[in-house]
Design a protein around this ligand. Structure first.
Ligand code: SF4
Length: 346
């Protein structure tokens, strides 16, 4: 791919190869005046991921700006890595993936196939659309649970699922998001932290402000500040309209139920999750909470959360517990004013 294309799809391996061939070192990228534009664009990428939301359009890349845009991507990855925040990482990956999906929608089928091959994804051309190997279809749609995405509802022939262009791009978006997320965080040294010191502190402030705006009222009477990191992240992903994997949805529903939310309140939390139909949501909530099933499920233990990759890493309290519900109870005890009894706390 040429520079013009790699500036649009900087997450491809070829983009790193091109940067290497240009002879740009990390030290130069961090400090040379020649790369000030790339650094500014990289910071902007992170700001936009945080402030504008994943769906906001990205401006077209002018030819003179292509190299800077290409270099802005590693700068943005460095900044995201230095901040080490799971919520920001996911938001960044989602925004980059949605931007790539939009750019690919205007690009040729060859470009789509080229990007898919590098992820890697077995995507091929099919009369007027594409076909994807069923294993890749399953792999990259496992967060999308409603009927149009179930394998059983797909036209399947000799192991391949036929997809219209738009649907193929949607699968590709998931693959790009996963590819970007899996590449983060990068190792970050003191030089990097020093080079972006003021940016890091500014973005950290924005990040805290953003998290503080999560609509606590949406989750009714419970206290969001007592949530363990895992449940906080799941809730953030839902409120950020990100796809949450099945185990994550199960965990947050069971958690919210056990800390005292009713089914209607839990349903409202899930109201905006993409690719998650209302009737499916309602059915799953009723099933997990024991309303329509003989079992009232409890959230998974920490060990299970870890094995599913939805534990963002323990904090001080996590190190002393084995179950996310214990976290909520301990936080409640820490925050409770003197004289308040256990019975008054959830
Ligand atoms: S250690 Fe347990 S409570 Fe803490 S974030 Fe991980 S899964 Fe959640």
């Amino acid at each position: 791919m040429e520079l013009s294309a790699l500036a649009k799809y900087p997450f491809l391996r070829e983009a790193s190869a091109l940067i290497r061939s240009e002879g740009v070192t990390l030290e130069e990228l961090l400090s040379e005046p020649a790369y000030a534009r790339a650094r500014a664009l990289g910071r902007t990428r992170v700001h936009e991921a945080l402030e504008k939301g994943p769906e906001s359009p990205r401006v077209a890349i002018a030819p003179a700006d292509q190299l800077s845009q290409l270099l802005a991507y590693p700068v943005a990855r460095i900044v995201v890595s230095a901040l080490g925040d799971t919520y920001l990482t996911r938001r960044f990956a989602l925004r980059e993936a949605i931007a790539a999906e939009g750019l690919l929608a205007q690009d040729s089928d060859d470009a789509i196939l080229h990007v898919a091959a590098q992820l890697p994804m077995d995507l091929r051309r099919e009369d007027g659309g594409f076909r994807i190997h069923f294993s890749d279809f399953l792999r990259f749609t496992n967060t999308m649970r409603d009927a149009p995405w179930k394998l059983i509802n797909q036209p399947l022939e000799r192991g391949y699922v036929t997809l219209r262009r738009q649907k193929a791009l949607r699968v590709l978006r998931n693959a790009v998001q996963r590819h970007i997320e899996q590449g983060l965080p990068l190792p970050v040294n003191d030089d990097i932290v020093a080079a972006f010191k003021s940016d890091l502190s500014e973005i950290r402030g924005l990040l805290e402000a953003k998290k503080a705006t999560f609509k606590a009222e949406d989750i009714g009477k419970v206290s969001i500040t007592r949530f363990p990191p895992c449940m906080y992240n799941l809730l953030a992903q839902i409120q950020n309209h990100e796809n949450v994997p099945h185990m994550g949805r199960f965990a947050i529903v069971a958690f919210l139920h056990h800390i005292g939310l009713g089914n209607e309140e839990i349903f409202r939390v899930f109201g905006d999750v993409p690719d998650f139909a209302a009737d499916v949501t309602k059915y799953q909530i009723e099933h997990i909470t024991g309303t329509s099933s003989p079992t009232e499920y409890t959230p998974p233990e920490c060990a299970t959360m870890k094995s599913y990759g939805i534990c963002p890493g323990p904090d001080r309290i996590c190190l002393t517990i084995k179950h996310p519900l214990s976290y909520y109870r301990i936080k409640g005890r820490e925050r409770r004013p003197r004289g308040e009894t256990v019975a008054t706390a959830v």
